[in-house]
Design a protein around this ligand. Structure first.
Ligand code: SF4
Length: 208
């Protein structure tokens, strides 16, 4: 029943309607549990590190909502946690597309191979990638889950994909406390020419 290889058994939250998760789109937002990073500034720490504490939403609940609201929705945002960890993510995208709704993926960019496969299958309309800061700050920014070399290698593969699939990528950086103005300026230089890096203010998570 609870087959971990089914992507639907990793959906731990759904926002039925959002106006801010996909600019210009009214979207349904699906939250996957689990993450490969451990950012001290994480806003979804419970979902990222203790997904089993969040009940599954269920395929039928999600697809019933998508089908019955397809005329009011413009797309589906798949976010987390880190959605690229979910096995069979392509099937999840296909099920959303079968409802007539395109998909946006939010990712930390640490699994570029998964993003590449989804793009090759034309399953994603937009990929929003968090660029957390200069490579040297990745250990501090990710709770030591990632070395500068790993961050650089993965994100440079993502940047290469953004050139291969123009118009399909958005890059953003959150101005978390460890980042200085110099760090923010250095982060901007990492982004491929012609692409933008959007900075967003950091709002500390509310204490539980
Ligand atoms: S990558 Fe995102 S979800 Fe994962 S720990 Fe960092 S902020 Fe949280």
């Amino acid at each position: 029943m609870n087959d971990p290889h089914t992507p639907w058994n990793h959906i731990r939250g759904m926002q039925p309607q959002s106006f801010c998760d996909w600019p210009g789109h009214v979207s349904a937002v699906l939250f996957t549990g689990g993450c490969n990073l451990h950012c001290p500034t994480c806003h979804n720490a419970g979902l990222a590190w203790h997904p089993e504490e969040h009940p599954l939403v269920g395929r039928e609940t999600v697809l019933t909502h998508l089908q019955s609201h397809r005329n009011w929705l413009d797309g589906v945002v798949i976010t987390g946690g880190e959605p690229t960890l979910v096995p069979g993510l392509d099937q999840l995208c296909r099920d959303c597309l079968d409802c007539g709704l395109p998909c946006k993926l939010d990712t930390n960019g640490m699994r570029p191979d998964v993003v590449a496969e989804l793009l090759e299958q034309d399953l994603l309309s937009l990929v929003a990638v968090d660029v957390k800061g200069p490579w040297s700050k990745y250990p501090e920014l990710t709770g030591k889950a990632c070395t500068p070399e790993q961050a650089q290698s993965c994100l440079e593969q993502i940047f290469a994909l953004s050139k291969r699939y123009p118009g399909r990528f958005a890059f953003r950086c959150t101005k978390v406390p460890p980042l200085s103005e110099d760090d923010l300026a250095a982060t901007k230089t990492l982004i491929p020419t012609g692409m933008e890096l959007t900075f967003q203010d950091y709002i500390p998570p509310r204490p539980h």
